[in-house]
Design a protein around this ligand. Structure first.
Ligand code: DGY
Length: 324
């Protein structure tokens, strides 16, 4: 008999067929308590769980006593209670490599569009306001040869550094738990403490996961350290930045602009004050959202679940230690 799996994300047809070849699949819309109640039997017998978003916490795990592996279609896994998974010996698989270059592209797009005010001026032209040659009111600020500070030098940070250094001649600073020799040798990146990075960077780019340590890591005090001409880019997780403090800093000129792909609450409420600011470029968490990359993530998530439920995990596992 094929192992039972709960799927809570729709997959491209070929990937769904592959999942069906290996497992007996029940597709549901989400993993909310209501959905779990509605499909209690299927959840109780499932050995695998595949999807993205939604909280996978102790309450959900209690309803899934047969569960052996979760596979998330994302690199981030802050919505999973990893301690609870470990206690129950449930493997957690994710998709860390396939999206690296695409998320770095998104970050570079935010750097360019905030500095050169692309969305704002696009609206301005389309509103018929381009009546004569542009003047200082429409000028932006240069990106090339400026200093870009990266918080979190993981795979995505490295791919961003490559773009910024080779494409735009930028100096790279970084703040990370460990020294990153490759970033230093390839891009001349300089490791520094958070305070130095905030003070010296023209662009501060956040590529950090959300953890207890990174929650509100950037608040009013940190924003004050930045240059008034500086731009903050966040494409990691919204709650790494205190959004209220950021809104205040963008309003009072502490900070020049911000480019945000992530927010403290997602979808960001339509009446959020931060959305009213002209110096904010806002995106709907599209970091990895291209056809090619989202397909690649779904493909990896399917392969990850097959490997995990067959005892063949050699990569993409958050908690491989529980196999021992
Ligand atoms: C991830 O994979 O964690 C991204 O944030 C989703 O786009």
């Amino acid at each position: 008999m094929k192992p039972a799996v709960i799927l809570y994300k729709s997959l491209p047809d070929d990937l769904r067929a592959k999942l069906d070849d290996h497992f007996s699949v029940t597709e549901v819309k989400d993993v909310s308590p209501e959905t779990v109640k509605q499909h209690a039997e299927q959840f109780a017998s499932a050995q695998g769980l595949l999807g993205s978003g939604g909280k996978v916490d102790d309450e959900l795990l209690a309803a899934m006593p047969a569960l052996r592996a979760c596979s998330t279609v994302s690199v981030g896994y802050d919505n999973f209670d990893v301690d609870a998974l470990n206690q129950r010996h449930v493997l957690l698989m994710h998709t860390p490599t396939v999206l690296t270059e695409t998320v770095a592209d998104t970050m570079m797009a935010l750097v360019l569009s905030t500095a050169r005010r692309v969305p704002e001026l696009d609206k301005w032209v389309k509103a018929g306001q381009w009546q004569k040659s542009v003047g200082p009111a429409e000028f932006g600020i240069d990106v090339h040869h400026k200093t870009l500070g990266i918080l979190g030098m993981g795979r995505i940070g490295l791919a961003l550094a490559q773009r910024a250094h080779f494409g735009f001649g930028m100096n790279i600073l970084y703040n990370a738990r460990r020294q990153h020799e490759e970033a230093e040798s390839r891009f001349g990146a300089r490791a520094c403490d958070l305070e130095t990075l905030l003070k010296e960077s023209d662009f501060v780019c956040i590529s950090l996961p959300l953890t207890e340590q990174t929650h509100h890591m950037i608040g009013a005090a940190q924003l004050k350290l930045m240059k008034p001409s500086a731009i903050l880019i966040n494409a990691g997780r919204g709650p790494v930045v205190d959004e209220q403090a950021l809104t205040a800093a963008l309003k009072d000129g502490t900070l020049h602009a911000a480019g945000l792909d992530v927010f403290e609450v997602e979808p960001v409420p339509a009446d959020a004050e931060i959305l009213t600011l002209p110096n904010v470029v806002a995106l709907p968490h599209i970091g990895s959202a291209t056809h090619e990359t989202r397909y690649g993530m779904a493909r990896d998530a399917v392969d990850n679940l097959i490997a995990a439920l067959n005892g063949k995990v050699d990569k993409n596992c958050v908690n491989p230690q529980i196999q021992a």
